[in-house]
Design a protein around this ligand. Sequence first.
Ligand code: G3P
Ligand code: MG
Length: 348
Amino acid sequence: ARGYQKSTHGRADVPPLAFAFDIDGVLLRGPNTIPAARRALAMLEGANPTGRKIPYILLTNGGGTSEQARCQKLTDQLGFKIDLHQFVQSHTILKSVVHRYTDSPVLVLGGRNDDVRKVAEGYGFKQAYTTLDVLAWNPAVWPFHDLTPSERESTKTVDFSKTPISAIFVFHDPRNWALDIQIICDVILSRGIIGAPQGTRLSNYGRRPPDLIFCNPDVLWGSDFPRPRLGQGAFRIAFQAVYKTLTGSEYYDVQYGKPTEATYRFVKQVLKDRFKDLYGDAAVRLPNIYMVGDNPESDIAGANAAGWSSVLVHTGVYDPQQGPPAHEPTHQARDVEEAVKWAIEREL
Ligand code: G3P
Ligand code: MG
């Protein structure tokens, strides 16, 4: 074991390892905190043989609220301060692309009412609209849903026949898949002008096809229900199946979230910044990173591809009774506490 390295500028010494924790199925099950989570974080906050802190971040395919709000809630749920520099959720990466769309009308999908619009505006999107805005503009867009009073209250008045949509961002899990699939198809097939008459030649608009961006590929995830739930990845499959039936091919989309390379590249920079904050410039070379996750398709696949060590826990999506995982982890553990103990013993 390498032990701690002397750091520069009289900062704390640099530890030989750091952790990236998945949230759903590792630290939480729905609204409930997994008991092993508090014990695992206590070890990293100093209750370990060295008595020193071991840094960690949280890396989730979840989303739907601002990073600030989620960090506050996680601090309450986990019993330790989780600050912004320790937290990456599915759509955090969109902060690095918003500059391309700042003044263009975009649709932002997922979550309750206009929660995700507020997140998008916090990132810098100046014209972020929801599918509820579209339904409020023209209820005939989807005759099978009447806006609830709270949904109506969340809408903006927009004339979408004069508001060309340049991109669609699926921030979080859509609540009304039918409405959202219908409107994504409308936007794409009318080159951004929702409600353009059926026969209009799309090239008349001389507009480029709208971008379609998803932030979480999870087909399944571990909630507080005994069996895994369908996630945003399942919504994407449903949309692409409908679109292919209508047009003969799937629509080109951009996928972020674990296990995509883009998200792990983004997270590596977050870790480098965190290490510089904590240990000064000497620590720019990251130590061994341990990713603890419950989903082989996202957490383990992504960590393995990123060159990290991966630990698969049995408290979420993966059920060891179902046979070996689709992606081989460095180690398997009953829960996050056992995972942390194993990694600390291995490195310190
Ligand atoms: O919507 C959240 C779900 O897809 C999985 O979240 O924390 O296990 O990456 P997480
Ligand atoms: Mg998970």
